[in-house]
Design a protein around this ligand. Structure first.
Ligand SMILES: C[S@@+](CC[C@H](N)C(=O)[O-])C[C@H]1O[C@@H](n2cnc3c(N)ncnc32)[C@H](O)[C@@H]1O
Length: 245
């Protein structure tokens, strides 16, 4: 297994092609529901950590917030930079490290942008960096998949036809990692990528967040921010605060 799979797959145009239905509309409707719960002040500074091409960052900026989008993918950040303004900035950043001088009211980690690292300490490093960059009264939101539902309904093989390409997808769970192999042929060239996400359940997040000095203030199960149910919810969305004292 390639432990650095996330550096290549997310930086390729094919990732964006395969996931094109994860679009601006989905991001905006989720954020409207999320912001109803959080109600950040209009001058809030928000970090969209692992922002991809910035679909959440751009919308937050249109609402008036001061937004930084950070991602490891050079191509995604370069694309997002065309939208920069005095209250919207993008940078290439590894989420395992804190942004120097970072000081945010809210930090969002959205659409399964966690659990990529084979070394468990790297996941804690992400949480520790978030802790370092978050104001004392700030909130941290993780939007992860609901592993129990995904595994119970695992589609082992399928082909997705998207914009002229046939993506063959194989899924399996191995050593508590959900592995998705993605293969396709583009104009005679064969490509093989993989996604590997740790199968973290709520209890795993509770343990990791405790170690990183966070408490969980809310648990939700979808982008409408309805309650989390382990057997039926599509998502596992956590609103976290820094522990006091
Ligand atoms: C599933 S995508 C989600 C992107 C975005 N949040 C969205 O909803 O469109 C995961 C993102 O995490 C980024 N990523 C992966 N590893 C990272 C790392 N170590 N540091 C920062 N970003 C990373 C990828 O480049 C990719 O853009």
């Amino acid at each position: 297994m390639n432990k650095d799979w996330f550096k290549t797959w997310f930086d390729s145009p094919y990732y964006h092609q395969l996931y094109k239905d994860r679009n601006d509309e989905e991001a905006q409707s989720f954020l409207r529901n999320l912001l109803n719960k959080l109600d950040p002040p209009i001058n809030a500074t928000i970090l969209d950590l692992a922002c991809g091409k910035g679909r959440h960052s751009r919308y937050l900026n249109t609402l008036g917030y001061n937004v930084t989008g950070a991602d490891l993918s050079k191509s995604s950040v370069e694309w997002a930079k065309q939208f920069e303004n005095e209250k919207l900035h993008f940078l290439i950043q590894d989420m395992r490290e804190a942004i120097k001088g970072g000081d945010f009211n809210c930090i969002f980690n959205l659409f399964t942008s966690f659990g990529y690292f084979t070394d468990i300490r790297d996941n804690i490093n992400v949480l520790s960096s978030v802790h370092e960059m978050l104001n004392d009264d700030g909130c941290f939101v993780i939007d992860f998949l609901n592993v129990s539902k995904i595994i119970a309904n695992l589609v082992k093989e399928e082909t997705k036809h998207v914009d002229g390409l046939d993506f063959s997808i194989e899924r399996r769970v191995e050593n508590d990692i959900i592995i998705k192999k993605i293969s396709f042929n583009d104009r005679g060239t064969q490509f093989n990528f993989s996604e590997q996400v740790q199968a973290f359940k709520l209890i795993d997040f509770e343990n990791m967040l405790e170690v990183a000095n966070f408490t969980i203030a809310g648990v939700y199960g979808n982008y409408k921010m309805e309650s989390f149910d382990e057997s039926t919810s599509d998502r596992l969305i956590l609103i976290c605060k820094k522990k006091k004292g």
